[in-house]
Design a binder for this molecule. Structure first.
Ligand code: BES
Ligand code: ZN
Length: 620
């Protein structure tokens, strides 16, 4: 069904960056794996370019318009198949002027409905006229009250992993790349942005035109519409946000220009033209999304002291790992996320130093351990290579892909030395630019271009234990961190009776505080919570990471003075990483469950459809 051999070939001709030498270096696919999460037949007939023409209707909460697809036959086939989710298909026109008799097949609860369109071998393009359904998983429509500005509505998309199909009929697999252009009509006065060449000023009539010349997979399709302004950081980077949030957003993100330079020094040129960041309203369900040319991010990283901008380093790093070299299927998700966490930490290290980034490695190690505990030490879901056949691909969205993946690369670095590692990674990104890769291809490339150079390296690393084995391998790098040791000493002192005001917290960053809050003693009496709160004003903190951890302690220890602030936090914040632990903790006691349901009743309309689904399941 999926495409990979053909696609890799195609992608290499398509990249058009004079990479023919590089293309020869890439290993031939040893095994060709299906992508189980697309119903399309891109292995036979594959799209090459999208011309999107849509209108955004805030009254009906619908996107309506057409998708004009150019396609190529890789094998003979009597039809081309697209992915759809809840789309209404009005008609399909072929490039010969005839109307196609399409079939929208029965809906799979995870994958949606295949749209099968009969084509002749002479057809090269078609146009699908469609509108979005009542539950488009990629879209969040916000009323003015749910925005910072409170005056205009807002719309944004989140297409990863398989949600693009809920707003565009497409061949929705990470291995299927195409270029696109788009005409988007929005209410006059609003700004529209995409993962493409973007306007910096609003149009008078609400008509916008976009162009994306580098081929991208459907999960990187993105659109945002709202009362959005732009503020330049330097000649190729800038910040978009709702106009009322723009000054704060700019201040917090004013280092992104430097960040791009730092990333380029590590792993080669940024190949996407501009790099801008869009700060979204607080309902955004995740921290950040690496939409090409325009990272989408949550406003919860605007802590006021730049302490959470490593999230931007992460999304920027995806411009290499993920967007440039893309996981072939969601089973290879660690190739996107593990590489990106490793790269993100290298950027952070170059900016803030080793003792700072060591704290992030340590927090990551804790997250990986928690993921292994939750999934089960023997679970196959703790292998780097996943098996998501017949399952929801978002099951793979765990700290295994992120942290075990990053730790594996860290181990490789420590084994071969940093210079060798960096030379290898630069070559990897160059030779695979605008291509997709699966785990086995990567391992063959790693062997050929790095590990073969020294007989001991492979033995030391034990790839199989990492990629096809469960849990945390024995050789997992785990430094233990000096700055955290100091925070732990203060934790212990507090547990032993030192009053909060006497603790030595001078010079602590967000990360020492996170570590401290994660490791407070169990079952703290309310007086001790109050002591901490009075000394450090935790209930009122504007730092979302600390607020989240503090509220978690408040729930566990029944510290009611924090509840009003916590409720406010839950009403407006849609970031699932924060919501899930708090609702789960409340659910642990009968009174907590009552409170959770009460809060959720009010908060639910402010959450993204996917967050609603998650919390519905927790509280059902
Ligand atoms: N690409 C991911 C987000 C994603 C992955 C969305 C899979 C849907 C399915 C993004 O790069 C990401 O990892 N975001 C993290 C932040 C990061 C600093 C770990 C997040 O949103 O928390
Ligand atoms: Zn990521």
């Amino acid at each position: 069904m999926l495409p990979l051999a053909a696609l890799c070939l195609l992608a290499s001709c398509q990249s058009g960056t004079g990479d023919s030498k590089a293309a020869q270096q890439a290993p031939a696919a040893a095994t060709i794996e299906k992508d189980w999460h697309t119903l399309s037949n891109a292995d036979s007939v594959k799209v090459t370019h999208l011309g999107l023409d849509i209108a955004v209707d805030f009254n009906q909460k619908k996107i309506k318009g057409s998708a004009h697809w150019d396609f190529q036959f890789l094998k003979s086939s009597s039809s081309i198949v697209f992915d759809t989710w809840d789309l209404t298909i009005d008609s399909v026109l072929l490039d010969d002027g005839s109307k196609a008799s399409f079939v929208l097949e029965a809906k799979d609860t995870v994958l949606g409905s295949a749209l099968r369109i009969p084509v002749k071998s002479t057809n090269k393009a078609l146009t699908i006229y469609y509108s979005t359904g009542t539950h488009p998983t990629a879209l969040q429509w916000l009323d003015p009250a749910q925005t910072f500005g409170k005056k205009q509505p807002f719309l944004y998309t989140q297409s990863e992993s398989i949600y693009a199909r809920s707003w565009i009929p497409c061949q929705d697999g990470p291995g299927i790349r195409y270029t696109y252009d788009a005409r988007v009509k929005v209410p006059a006065g609003l700004m529209a942005l995409m993962s493409a060449e973007n306007p910096q000023q609003r149009s008078v009539d609400g008509n916008y035109h976009f162009k994306m010349e580098q081929p991208v997979p459907a999960y990187l399709m993105a659109l945002a519409v709202g009362d959005i302004g732009f503020s330049a950081v330097d000649s190729r980077t800038g910040v978009y946000a709702e106009t009322v949030l723009l000054p704060k957003g700019h201040k917090e993100l004013e280092d992104i220009g430097t960040m791009v330079h730092t990333a380029e020094k590590l792993y080669g040129p940024y190949r996407w033209g501009r790099y801008d960041v869009l700060v979204l309203p607080s309902g955004f369900p995740i921290g950040g999304m690496e939409n090409p040319r325009l990272t989408f991010c949550t406003p919860t990283i605007l802590a006021g002291d730049k302490s959470l901008v490593n999230l931007i380093a992460h999304e920027l790093a995806h411009s290499w790992s993920g967007n440039l070299v893309t996981n072939a299927t969601w089973n290879d998700f660690w190739l996107n996320e593990g590489f990106t966490v490793y790269f993100e930490r290298r950027i952070t290290e170059a900016t803030y130093g080793k003792d700072y980034v060591d704290m992030l490695w340590e927090l990551g190690f804790q997250d990986m351990k928690a993921a292994v505990d939750e999934l089960g030490a023997q679970s196959k879901d703790t292998w780097l290579k996943l098996d998501l056949k017949g399952r929801d691909p978002d099951i793979g969205l765990t700290d295994i892909a992120y942290e075990k993946g990053a730790a594996f690369l860290y181990l490789v670095e420590q084994t071969v030395g940093r210079d060798n590692m960096d030379r290898f990674l630069r070559g990897y990104f160059d030779s695979h630019a605008f291509k997709t890769i699966e785990t086995e291809q990567f391992l063959a490339y790693l062997d050929e271009h790095l590990l073969n150079q020294h007989p001991d390296w492979k033995k030391k690393i034990n790839i199989d234990a990492w990629v096809y084995g469960p849990g945390i391998p024995a050789n997992c790098p785990h430094a233990g961190d000096l700055r955290f040791k100091k925070a732990e000493a203060q934790s212990a002192a507090f547990a032993a009776g030192t009053p909060a005001a006497k603790l030595d917290t001078a010079g602590w960053s967000t990360y020492e505080w996170m570590h401290f809050l994660r490791h407070l003693p169990n079952g703290m009496p309310v007086e001790k919570m109050k002591d901490l709160d009075q000394a450090f004003h935790l209930t009122q903190t504007g730092n979302s990471e600390l607020a989240d951890l503090w509220f978690l302690q408040a729930i566990r220890n029944h510290y009611e003075p924090a509840y009003p602030a916590m409720k406010q936090f839950l009403y407006v914040t849609g970031r699932q990483k924060f919501l899930e632990p708090l609702y789960k903790a409340m659910k642990a006691t009968p009174e907590g469950l009552v409170m959770a349901r009460d809060i959720y009743n009010k908060a639910r309309p402010n959450y993204h459809p996917l967050a609603q689904k998650t919390i519905d399941e927790i509280l059902q």
